[in-house]
Ligand binder design. Sequence first.
Ligand SMILES: O=P(O)(O)OC[C@H]1O[C@H](O)[C@H](O)[C@@H](O)[C@@H]1O
Length: 574
Amino acid sequence: MTARQAYENWLKAENLPDYLQRQLKELGQNPAWVDDAFGTDINFGTAGMRGLLEPGTNRINVVTVGRVTEGLAQLIEKEGQEAKEKGVVISFDSRYHSEDFAKLSAQILGYHGIKVYLFDGLRPTPELSFAIRHLGTFAGIMVTASHNAKQYNGYKIYGADGGQMPPEHAAVVEKAALEVKNQLAIPVSPIEELRAKNILQLVGEDVDEAYLDALDTINVNHDLIKDTADKLKIVYTPVHGTGKVIYDRAFRQGGFKNFTVVPSQAIIDPEFPTTIKPNPEYRQVFDEGVKVADKVGADIIVATDPDADRLGAAVRTPNGDFQVLTGNQIATLISNYLLTNLKNSGKLDSSYEIITSVVSSSLPFKIAKSFGIQTKYVLTGFKYIGEEIDRLHKTGDGQFLMGFEESYGFLFKTFNRDKDAMQGALMFFEVAAYYASRNMSVFDGLQEIWNKYGASCEITKAIEMPGLDGQKRMAKVMENLRKEQLKEINGHKVVKIEDFELAKEVTEAGERELVGFPKSNVLKYFLDDETWVALRPSGTEPVIKAYVGTNAETYAKAEEKCKAYHDAIAKFTK
Ligand SMILES: O=P(O)(O)OC[C@H]1O[C@H](O)[C@H](O)[C@@H](O)[C@@H]1O
């Protein structure tokens, strides 16, 4: 079927909501839009299905959400009665139509007689991950586009272990979704009927309490917190999203009572009106927080993205302004603290493992090594960290210490299996308390680590390439790089190339198979000055990401080098 034919079918569909019909007619005036929105089927990427909130098979709307849920329902039916009784727990964030999609999913599953636990209001992604094992469900659904701009929405599916579905399972759901007949008229049951039959059950406070109990196990040195937590003045922003539901009780019970919430960003709002993108990766997200921090005299600001899985932080520098930390720097501070604390309390054990992605900083790895701890590398996507946690649990091969990604994802305890900004915030506060107990700021702490291990600088650049054309451009960039087999970057010799798509590792000694990773379109270069460079198309946004990580004696030198490398690779992504 051509894009135009698919578009015409949608126009004829009788049960599309009015707003979608209106948008269809308006946007359909533009043939390029029709090609883009109907030229392909939206698929599962790094973190589920994510796309623009518009009509179209390549977009997020009642049809694409409906068919994936129907695909999931059919799979659960095939699993049998036990799976149907275990059912599915569903949560949603503060975005436009998130609640509608959550209810639609509940109605589709309910039609099949599958038990559904639906949150009574918006809840964080990590709480959904927690709820799966807490309620013993077969799967979980989170309606969110996480940190993307307000025009987006998305849909994540979780397995019974609480982790995001790994690609092989997601592919089965996707296939089932695409095979759904009559995607424009998927049967649903009315909510009231499902509730009356007790197929649909609302959950909320009961799960919150259990999740809060679990969060209460995050902090490791309670004496330290008792002695110094009062010295910490914290500013927190939920960036108009789900963090608002849980932060107050989570922080207080952890012993961190001296916090102020950013009022303008504590309003739940799908417009995310105080931000350009509600992503704590961007400094702009902290602008409101800085104003509040200056007013109350706080030294740290933490921000969670709309579904509260990402944690960002800004810390006061000696000259009085705020520096927004990178995800890598937050992980560096926390890993150093956790390992130091384990050592000081005589609990350090070589079976601990840190799990991170191949595009994250190598400094936590260096620190861990100095404590005799292993680091395991996985591909981008917290689901792979979840998978490794599951492996550790099943094999007993090691103990999980922490998981992190440069993209502001952190996890310390495995009661949930996706990154958790509340876990991250509680741990970050404890790190701040640790430095406060030594009369240091978090900023000082970072300098101390750099003085000991060498400074490292990592910069990720996201080069926008929207639309179907953008996807082709990204593919071309990667293809050209593969052809080039770069021997040198920024005047430095490439000593190794890891190609995760072709599963090979190339060095002067020749080619070897790259084992232990699923295939993925990522290229990573290792240079003779300990720099690494990686390129990959994002799986959540229409961008190609270029990552550089450098080391030097001082941060200024590492940063200078990092920028020079970015300049050198810019020509490949033009
Ligand atoms: O680089 P991307 O494919 O856009 O993914 C960036 C990040 O997106 C989401 O937040 C995922 O949950 C993360 O695991 C991932 O690291």
